[in-house]
Design a protein around this ligand. Structure first.
Ligand SMILES: Cc1ncc(COP(=O)(O)O)c(C=O)c1O
Length: 371
């Protein structure tokens, strides 16, 4: 089977893990601090904190912004299920926004359509790695806080600035199916120091002024085991094993993205004009993409194409099943573009480990299907 997602773990990552084992310090420590600093430097924000997953970051974001019962958060329907769960977990209501039919990013005009006096934030996704139309989003959002799910778009840029640093809170995922992979992990980026300090407490149970045990002695504390809380929270810290992997991946990730772009360009060239489908749009002018997903629009027989490709050993899927269609949420919204995407969109493999013969066979299989 040609996999749809893949990752690149090699001898350098293994050596970094071995060094952490040798140090006997496996938890949150020096490696995590360094990973945070290096990631922050690369994306241009020193208000970057590593966490144990992007889902955790999204749950944290709701607490950081004090989203509570009865509040509403506008979220694109084509998004990851954990993001809507994070809203509901606070007793708040996800208000699902429709997407632009080509980019599958939140349609900016949806913000004015759906906004009420209970709206507390906008949660948007940069679908497939292509940055959303942020100028239009900013115009529509006004003073509403923006949470940027940048899991598809690590190192994508919008007018020279990195996705994840464009809103009030941004986050990345480093899970096994992403571009930069650590096993499980993520990062959260905060716009100002108030949000940053709150995020630090919320990342670790709500503990105020956390310093590690005996370090308290240096600041004159005699009983270094005493703690105080500023709020109630869970435990969202990463560890030095995954952070050590992350530091190696950070040095390699530009190469992964460059290779992904080559494959994207190949598909764009080779599938252009194939009747029965449309290729995805290029990133908006003034933006760059990390090319996380490649998405075909197949107005008729999408499911038959999916079955055909899997029968040829080519994994395909559709990310992300529209959230307003998840029955458990009980939404009665009708969102035509998201629903149409659900019927016609198919993601085919796009990752740095694909070989030339594999991408050629994928193109051949797609073309064969349409005759
Ligand atoms: C768009 C998006 N947001 C959030 C997440 C959650 O990431 P994690 O697996 O690190 O919790 C994912 C993971 O698939 C995702 O694709």
């Amino acid at each position: 089977m040609i996999q749809i997602f893949s990752n690149s773990m090699g001898s350098e990552e293994l050596a970094a893990v071995q060094a952490v084992f040798n140090s006997k310090w496996l938890g949150f420590g020096k490696e995590t601090q360094q990973f945070q600093e290096e990631l922050g430097a690369k994306i241009g924000s020193f208000r970057t904190l590593c966490v144990n997953s992007a889902t955790s970051a999204c749950f944290m974001a709701m607490r950081i912004l004090d989203i509570g019962p009865g509040d509403e958060v506008i979220i694109a329907s084509v998004n990851f299920v954990g993001c809507a769960n994070a809203i509901i977990d606070r007793g708040a209501i996800p208000v699902f926004a429709d997407v632009d039919s080509r980019y599958l990013n939140m349609a900016p005009a949806e913000i004015s359509r759906l906004r009420t006096k209970r709206t507390k934030a906008i949660l948007l996704l940069h679908y497939g790695g292509h940055p959303a139309d942020m100028d239009a989003i900013w115009r529509e959002a006004g003073d509403l806080p923006i949470i940027e799910d940048s899991c598809c778009a690590p190192f994508s840029t919008y007018k020279g600035r990195n996705c994840g640093t464009l809103g009030d809170i941004g986050f990345f995922s480093f899970d096994p199916m992403k571009i930069l992979v650590v096993g499980d992990g993520g990062a959260i980026i905060l716009k100002n120091d108030v949000l940053l300090n709150r995020a630090k407490e919320i990342r670790y149970m709500g503990v105020a002024n956390r310093q590690s045990g005996i370090d308290g002695l240096k600041t004159g504390t005699q009983r270094w085991w005493e703690i105080e809380l500023n709020t109630i929270s869970g435990r969202f810290v990463p560890n030095d094993i995954t952070s050590a992997i992350g530091r190696v991946q950070l040095r390699r990730v530009d190469g992964f993205i460059a290779r992904r772009k080559e494959i994207w360009d190949f598909y764009q060239r080779e599938l252009a004009g194939c009747r029965g489908l449309s290729c995805p749009p290029e990133p908006l002018p003034g933006t760059t993409s990390s090319y996380y997903l490649y998405w075909l629009t197949v107005p008729e027989r999408r499911d038959a194409l999916a079955a055909w490709l899997t029968s040829k050993g080519i994994y395909c899927t559709f990310r992300y099943f529209p959230l307003h269609l998840i029955k458990h949420y009980g939404s009665r919204q009708r969102l035509p573009n998201s629903e149409s995407a659900n019927e016609t969109t198919l993601n085919i493999p796009l990752h740095q480990n694909l070989q030339q013969n594999e991408i050629e066979s994928i193109v051949r299989a797609v073309r064969e299907f349409f005759g």
